[in-house]
Design a protein around this ligand. Structure first.
Ligand code: XMP
Length: 327
């Protein structure tokens, strides 16, 4: 395809007009590529795949089949919200697959970050392939790959699961209509496509999900601690007017324990790390400094409400040198 790579001279999409021009171009390209065939979309509910869904619904309507895979590494309430927004409100053709046990069983005992990413990515593609085999005439697989994913995969920094390959026997052709865009451009395009603000300005969430926020071997109890602390963080950011203002914020529960004390008794539990960052293109990020009051409140809630946590830490490291995610 002509627009396989981001042209050096491409103007950054910052206005509705530029977004409209991009959309028109993509609609033509998508119709040309897909014809009267069916497309399967990996719909995670994040900005990228939601924009891809909106583009495809516009381009090919009912030829689009959305599949939402719950890999067990989603945030609290997320699968429910995807079903509500896409099936109930946008009337998309949505298949929901709960594959949590399958993913978590495969990941059990796996500590290497890149191996974890590859297992999640590989399994993800497998689930799609299985869903596709149940359907008639699927020839395309749509993905919300964006330009930084491709650059970082090429540079060998990390293997982004959505830039990975398909099983040998599957003959899907990839449809990646936002792959030459930076994240900020995807949002401008989403807005121009009429997607609701809470979807367009939603913070990014990595394909491997909470799996990369549970460093080392994933266990169900530590994963639950990540999920619960993340839910508290999101709730507090919303209450304190930080939602939509801070680019991305989440918690990480590393695989080590330290000594603490609760009700006069010794505890030996995990720490919970809070990360809150700002950026425009995720190539470089700065840290959002929270107020002392908010930090104190977060520490108090997380310690009290999340089983297995006895310390709360705040990550003050920008990117570079640290990446946003821990794995
Ligand atoms: P890093 O950790 O690379 O993260 O500094 C930059 C941004 O990308 C998100 N991220 C991912 N998104 N698939 C995705 O779709 C992935 O495998 C992936 N890894 C990281 C991360 O959350 C941050 O916003």
């Amino acid at each position: 395809m002509a627009n396989d790579r981001r042209p050096d001279e491409m103007v950054r999409i910052t206005t509705p007009e530029l977004a409209e021009a991009f959309i028109e171009e993509q609609l033509t390209a998508l119709r040309e590529q897909i014809g009267d065939k069916k497309v399967l979309l990996a719909l995670s509910g994040g900005v990228d795949s939601s924009v891809v869904a909106a583009l495809l619904i516009k381009a090919v309507g009912q030829q689009l089949v959305c599949v939402h895979v719950n890999h067990g590494l989603l945030r609290k309430g997320e699968p429910e919200q995807v079903i509500e927004v896409f099936r109930n409100q946008m009337k998309a053709n949505l298949i929901y697959v709960d594959a949590s046990d399958r993913f978590l069983d495969k990941l059990a005992g796996v500590t290497d970050p890149e191996t974890k990413r590859k297992i999640i990515g590989g399994e993800f593609i497998e689930v799609f392939a299985e869903e596709a085999r149940k359907l008639d005439g699927i020839e395309f697989l749509a993905q919300g790959t964006i330009w930084p994913d491709i650059l970082e995969s090429e540079a060998g920094i990390k293997a982004h699961h959505n830039a990975g390959g398909l099983p040998e026997d599957m003959k899907f052709e990839l449809v990646e209509p936002v792959k030459i865009l930076f994240k900020d451009e995807v949002r401008v395009v989403g807005k121009a496509l009429g997607l609701p603000d809470n979807m367009v300005y939603r913070q990014p969430f990595p394909g491997p999900g909470l799996g990369v926020r549970c460093p080392g071997a994933i266990t169900r109890d530590r994963l639950e601690a990540v999920r619960e602390s993340d839910a508290i963080l999101r709730e507090e950011f919303a209450k304190n007017g930080l939602e939509g203002k801070v680019w991305q914020y989440f918690t990480v529960v590393p695989d080590f324990k330290s000594t603490g004390v609760k009700d006069g008794k010794r505890t030996f539990d995990w720490p919970c790390i809070i990360r809150a960052i700002n950026t425009t293109d995720v190539m470089e990020v700065t840290v959002e400094h929270l107020s002392d009051e908010l930090i104190d409140h977060l520490v108090d809630r997380i310690i009290k409400e999340v089983p297995g946590i006895n310390r709360v830490l705040f990550d003050y490291t920008p990117k570079p040198p640290a990446t946003v995610e821990y794995e």
